[in-house]
Write a protein that binds this ligand. Structure first.
Ligand code: GLC
Length: 743
């Protein structure tokens, strides 16, 4: 349709029909025959009204989505097609590593590939938009949803947000969401959660957010802006408050900032029941007030609260809500559906044949295996414990040696039966591995929200001890032991906040028992967050952080352990020394008493702890390779930068090791003097370079004044003359620097 036809459609719609378009219901509301009475009535929505909803979430499968589409279109007075959405965060059937691991690739092309593949598989199953990417900045490892983000840095997250949106939307170019036109092989992106959901006080899920305006604008909004500039079809509001105002009712944030300043003109959807939760927040007395607050704030679509469907008609009819506000929201939804070709072709490419061709096909699995391997971070490798040699006798121990659920907390549609485990990958390699689980993932009897997770967790302590004893026998006398440990999937994700971020105690017991008989330990850590692995790290010869690697977990791990793939992951989020440090991140603001770890040990009156170091166990940007690299001192083309000019910063990087490898050279800048406190340093550039042994390459970065802007004392986004330090190295603690003056 063209916009003239869309306008005519809007003009011809009844108020009831319009309000239906503003409602999204879960697929559980609809059986094959029609709305299921129970859930719909819980929301105070009668069955006929349910058919008028503009969108359904959570339905997948070409048959199911087509059936819903046919059933609802038949009931729509103008036959307006449904918008079908679901959470496809790191893959639909081919599951890639969790986004926090994808961030560790420092490779936007990899994320674009992930977005492209998950979109193609989703389109085949009948979906139109995914609730992704999640671009919330995360700095508190206690929060369960850090796994969904690409990490702690605004610049890296912005790079990744843009790549993910372009991948999901098939590279569709549009200055604004309203001008988008997607091809049928891709789907729309719904970037979330606007805004700053990743900074809950105390890392506690759904908690309030207390941020300075500068931190919001400089740290938390850039990645959303990158997604919007890449044409994200939709944005989702977040559950939290900002400045004590729930985001979903925050007119300043949603209209002045999101729409006017950031230029988003696509569809804004609430998070699940976030409109209804305005009552719980204590800012709305009832559903009617909640609906009023949200529609005035500019929320176009109500996910699963029913407030719009229950209250908007009355609000319009009594004059509380001008029909223009309704029309504004319906218009954006019609434009979105039109950008997805739904009026001409509500079924798209979905079908059994597309599913058979695309879901989990070999090409997708090969890419999942490669990207997983590139997301692993080698934290330690003493005595060159890795890579393993084929002739070495290795014991494979730990609950993750045979674990198939390595898909991440947001992989609802991934099927763990298709996951390759470490055992299976070793056997595919022609090895006959000596394997012993040693224990379950959780402690005997431990549950997560009442969920036991696996039969091994139902064992008694004695039965578990038996498993540990068996594992010790397997470890005795071996050249090396690979220990596959970690937190369980359901300890991460939404509702996954943890105050204790160590691995379950039973796994520590297993580690200690193995260490007592064999100290040649290589530890793999499966996790959805940076864990406190301090003691394991001390006693392991090598540590490889594999996060939740997805469908091809086993293959990717074996490829890296045996050196077929040289690890290149770099931490996208700092690994804390202990939970007492969090939130811990490299770009902390300067203080009046800053100190570097270890300096002035006798002086207590500095920004530090008395009982633990300031530095994380491993910093943002850190990761080892099987080879070594040297980086020359930083050279600048000039030590003077004008506001209109640019200078070049350069280093020469050399592969001084014996094997080829990929280095990730990082550029950071420190603003030495400004009229507000500035971060210790900020990431401003990355370059990934593959070098053969002995090969060297010159790496250059162009620096201009735009990179130096900040919100100054008058809240103006601009630069301030003065001196800056440029750091170029292989992690955020590099001391390799030079200085220039902005004049
Ligand atoms: C959830 C999440 C959001 C998700 C939505 C739909 O509560 O906060 O990320 O997309 O509901 O499942």
């Amino acid at each position: 349709m063209n916009h003239q036809e869309l306008r005519a459609l809007l003009a011809d719609m009844s108020l009831k029909e319009k309000i239906g378009q503003l409602t999204q219901l879960d697929a559980s509301f609809f059986s094959h025959e029609g709305p299921v009475t129970g859930p719909a009535s819980e929301l105070g929505i009668d069955e006929e009204d349910a058919f008028l909803c503009g969108s359904i979430l959570g339905a997948v499968g070409s048959e199911r989505t087509a059936q819903l589409q046919r059933m609802c279109m038949a009931k729509q007075p103008h036959g307006i097609p449904l918008l079908l959405m679901a959470d496809i965060i790191n893959g639909f059937k081919t599951i890639f590593p969790i986004p926090l691991a994808l961030g560790c690739t420092y490779d936007p092309d990899a994320l674009r590939t992930v977005g492209d593949i998950m979109a193609r598989e989703s389109a085949a199953t009948g979906l139109h938009v995914t609730f992704a990417p999640m671009v919330d900045l995360v700095r508190d490892a206690r929060w369960g949803r850090v796994m969904e983000s690409t990490g702690e840095d605004p610049w890296l997250n912005s790079l990744m947000a843009e790549a993910m949106v372009r991948g999901i939307q098939g590279g569709a170019e549009a200055a604004r969401a309203s001008e988008l036109k997607l091809d049928k092989k891709h789907i729309g992106a719904c970037t979330k959660h606007f805004a700053a959901y990743g900074a809950p006080v105390a890392g506690k899920e759904y908690n309030n957010v207390e941020l300075s305006m500068r931190s919001l604008l400089e740290d938390y909004l850039p990645a959303y802006q990158a997604a919007i500039s890449a044409g994200s079809s939709m944005i989702m509001t977040s559950f939290n408050t900002l400045d004590r105002i729930p985001v979903t009712a925050n007119k300043w944030l949603l209209r002045s900032v999101l729409r006017e300043q950031m230029g988003f003109d696509g569809v804004l959807i609430s998070d699940w029941n976030a409109i209804g939760e305005l009552i719980e927040h204590g800012v709305a007395a009832n559903s009617r007030e909640a609906a009023l607050l949200a529609i005035e704030a500019g929320v176009d679509m109500d996910m699963m609260s029913g407030c719009y469907m229950r209250s908007l008609t009355e609000l319009v009819e009594d004059g509380s809500v001008p029909v223009a506000l309704i029309d504004e929201a319906v218009w954006r939804i019609l434009v979105l559906k039109n950008s997805l070709n739904l009026f001409e072709d509500p079924f798209g490419i979905a079908g059994k044949q597309s599913e058979a061709e695309l879901l989990l096909n070999d090409k997708h699995k090969q890419l999942a295996r490669k990207i997983a391997a590139d997301s692993f971070v080698l934290l330690k490798n003493d005595k060159q414990a890795l890579p393993l040699k084929n002739q070495e006798q290795v014991a494979w121990i730990g609950p993750y040696t045979d674990e198939k659920n390595t898909l991440g907390a947001w992989s609802f549609f991934g099927e763990k039966q298709y996951t390759t485990t470490i055992r299976e990958a070793l056997e595919e390699r022609g090895l006959k591995p000596d394997i012993a689980a040693g224990c379950g993932i959780l402690n005997p009897g431990q549950t997560v929200y009442g969920f036991r997770y696996s039969t091994k967790n139902e064992m008694t302590a004695d039965q578990t001890q038996e498993l540990i004893d068996q594992a010790v026998q397997v470890a005795c006398g071996k050249d090396k032991v690979v220990l596959a440990l970690g937190e369980v999937n359901i300890q991460t994700g939404e509702g996954g906040s943890r105050a204790d971020i160590t691995i379950p105690a039973v796994q520590q017991r297993l580690f200690d028992a193995i260490y007592a008989v064999n100290q040649n330990i290589i530890t793999l850590i499966f996790a959805g967050r940076p864990l406190d692995i301090r003691s394991i790290n001390e006693q392991s010869q090598a540590v490889l952080y594999v996060w939740m690697p997805g469908t091809e977990a086993g293959g990717a791990i074996v490829d890296v352990l045996y050196g077929d793939v040289n690890p290149q992951g770099r931490l996208s989020m700092s690994l804390p020394y202990s939970v007492g440090q969090v939130p811990v991140y490299y770009s902390e603001l300067r203080t009046g008493r800053h100190t570097e770890d270890g300096s002035e040990p006798g002086n207590r009156f500095l920004t530090k702890y008395a009982d633990i170091p300031n530095n994380p166990l491993y910093p943002f940007g850190y990761g080892l390779s099987y080879t070594d690299f040297s980086i020359s001192p930083v050279s600048l083309s000039s030590d003077k930068l004008t506001s209109e000019g640019s200078i070049t910063a350069a280093v020469t990087i050399k592969n001084t090791g014996k094997s080829s490898g990929v280095a990730t050279v990082q550029l950071y800048i420190t603003d030495e003097l400004a009229n507000v406190a500035r971060p210790l340093r900020e990431l401003k550039g990355i370059k990934k370079i593959k070098l053969e042994s002995g090969q060297e390459e010159r790496v250059t970065y162009t620096i201009d004044s735009n990179m130096l802007r900040f919100y100054d004392i008058n809240m103006k986004y601009q630069t301030q003359q003065g001196w800056f330090t440029v750091w170029i190295g292989d992690n955020s603690q590099t001391r390799n620097s030079a200085r220039f003056e902005l004049i």
